[in-house]
Unconditional design. Sequence first.
Length: 318
Amino acid sequence: MFDTAQEYLEYLQQICTKVYDLPFEKDPEFTKLNSQDVVHLSPDQLDGMYQMKFLLNQYLNAILNTVSPDLKEKIESSLAIGFVRNGSFNATCSKSSTGKYAVLIYEGLFILLNKHGKLAHATNNPKIVRFCNRGDIKTLTSDDYIKFMNELFDNYKKYHFPIGALVKLDSKYLSHMVSIMLSELFTICHEIGHFINGDFDEEANFANLADHPFEAFIEDRSHEIEYKADLSAYPIFEKAAFNLFPEMEKNNFVPVLSTFFAIMGTVSNSKSESHPEAFRRMTNILAAYYSEQIALDYLASFESQEKSNEFFSRFVSD
Ligand SMILES: [Zn+2]
């Protein structure tokens, strides 16, 4: 029935899309600023998903450019990755009866990563905020932006959608985009990690998605499977990340991934004790691809704010 992974993906995208009727915040000033920012884009590009799809292609190209010829062949012949609007999962995979794999990424997860990235940047330096619909940017403080961040996480857990404060940053300060993009890249590499490890070929790892007539991979079913997917994902992530950002250093990935795992731990619905697992994922990667000592120092960084500052300052280049 489905000759290519892309065909299977497109079929799933059609049947999987959910309509969200939620208390979205709107603000005429925010809409105006947004339309000014995109004034140079063509109507085609203005399609809401354009930029996300464009970035997804960039990530895929960076991965395909840097993996082994063998894996490249495997991915190109049997795997497709795309977005869906369905918050029953953050990312999952479905396999067609013809042996094609469609990796589905929930678009809300990438929107969440973007909104979080902006708020984290605003928390570090409230002066770079150009607009916020929640108050006068001259009086909003770091604490306010932290509050907005927590609210964003709460809403994501409650509605499965990242509803939160509307913030625009001064376009001169775009450094947070790198962290956001690397988090998105890792999300994809993690799924490819499952693919490499053969997790998408084990029937026991699949279940029917609520309301949908197809089976999807159950994320977080076993810690062991997840840790191994991270370990297979990291080398692919690292090469693709250098391909996208040649000026970066390996050390710069530590704070980025640590934040990413913390976000995933915070919004993961399945466990009340999700935080420890989030930092165990990071510890695993550090022990395998950095050093045992860095992994231990990372764990110690949770003991106090000072230790945390000291630890992360080691990984930021001036
Ligand atoms: Zn996984």
